[in-house]
Design a protein around this ligand. Structure first.
Ligand code: SF4
Ligand code: ZN
Ligand code: ZN
Length: 335
């Protein structure tokens, strides 16, 4: 080793550390980082997914979890840990599913990583594409966006991710319905959560934050509730762990991401965390408190919920956003 350069030692063993947790002062080697992530994951899983000793349905079907994977690091760690923790239970079945948005150069290789991971864990793998859902491929949506924006004031200034987020949400719900899932597990990490909370606050949308997953304590009839067992684990730790474990992950960025509000929020959250280590945890704790207050003030969380006149999905409007966007796309086709 070059003089003057020293590698920190793991706080739990003599091995060299691969990660420094600024907010706690701890250093971790690969093995102890893995243990620490597994512990936080299990805790959140226990809190949000309360399974009876025998979780079989009355007709003998096992309890089914749809792990929504994307080929990226977060969902890879999600699936790996779900299999590690629940894989041996005969009364629980894990299925992996990936949404295909139709984004050239990005989705094909990441879908392959997702498939490989599922195969290596002997987990059934399913997909759902935007075309199967009756939307267009995202690459096509992006081409039509200027025309749609010129036609509908509501669509003016929308970014690709505004469409994609709505379409993905519906596609995940459809996939869960297709495989008859009892619960959906998503790979959102602490950074994702902090960014979403901040973005919603910025837009004055507390309700939206309150509705962020996990949903198991207030499930909506007919929709598989979502759990997010990695939501307390920072992105960097998940990344380091995925690499240390050698999980197959895709590193590419979506070509439509630049300019999205999340990009801006990402750098703000990173700056906040650098200034005040622990800020991300603080934002998520704040959300939990807001949720409690909101719950106390609104004992019936779904009082506002209605069904879309067109597709029957749960929505707060007459026609859900996904059906509205679908209409715009069809119209843009005929022009
Ligand atoms: S970055 Fe935006 S457009 Fe690309 S996959 Fe994600 S949500 Fe969709
Ligand atoms: Zn160690
Ligand atoms: Zn609808």
């Amino acid at each position: 080793m070059a003089a003057g350069i020293s590698v920190a030692q793991c706080s739990r063993c003599p091995k060299p550390a691969i990660l420094h947790q600024e907010y706690s002062g701890q250093h971790y080697c690969g093995q102890h980082l893995g243990q620490s992530i597994r512990k936080r994951f299990s805790k959140e899983l226990r809190n949000t997914l309360v399974l009876p000793k025998d979780a079989h349905h009355s007709d003998g079907r096992p309890f089914r979890i749809l792990a929504c994977i994307s080929g990226g690091k977060d969902s890879a760690v999600l699936l790996d840990l779900l299999v590690d923790i629940l894989g041996k239970r005969r009364d629980v079945e894990i299925i992996a599913g990936c949404v295909d948005e139709g984004i050239d150069g990005y989705r094909a290789p990441s879908l392959e990583c997702a498939r490989q991971l599922a195969e290596s864990l002997s987990i059934e793998f399913v997909t759902m594409s935007y075309e199967e859902m009756g939307y267009e491929r995202m690459d096509e949506v992006v081409l039509r966006m200027p025309g749609i924006g010129a036609q509908h004031s509501e669509a003016k200034g929308l970014m690709p991710c505004s469409y994609c987020g709505v379409f993905r949400r519906q596609s995940l719900n459809a996939m869960a319905e297709k495989v008859n899932a009892d619960v959906m597990a998503l790979g959102h990490n602490l950074d994702d959560m902090a960014q979403s909370i901040l973005m919603n606050l910025q837009k004055g949308e507390i309700e939206r934050s309150v509705r962020l997953a996990p949903h198991t304590d207030a499930p909506i009839e007919g929709l598989a509730p979502r759990i997010v067992p990695l939501r307390w684990v920072p992105e960097q730790e998940i990344h380091a762990h995925a690499i240390a474990k050698g999980l197959p992950i895709h590193h590419g960025e979506c070509p439509h991401a630049p300019g999205a509000m999340r990009q801006q929020s990402r750098s703000i959250v990173a700056a906040l965390e650098a200034q005040t280590p622990g800020a991300r945890h603080g934002l998520l704790h704040a959300l939990e408190q807001i949720r409690e207050l909101h719950r106390a003030a609104n004992p019936d969380p779904h009082a506002e919920v209605t069904k879309c006149e067109e597709c029957g999905e749960i929505t707060s409007r007459q026609i859900c956003q996904s059906c509205t966007m679908k209409r715009w796309l069809i119209e843009s086709h005929s022009r």
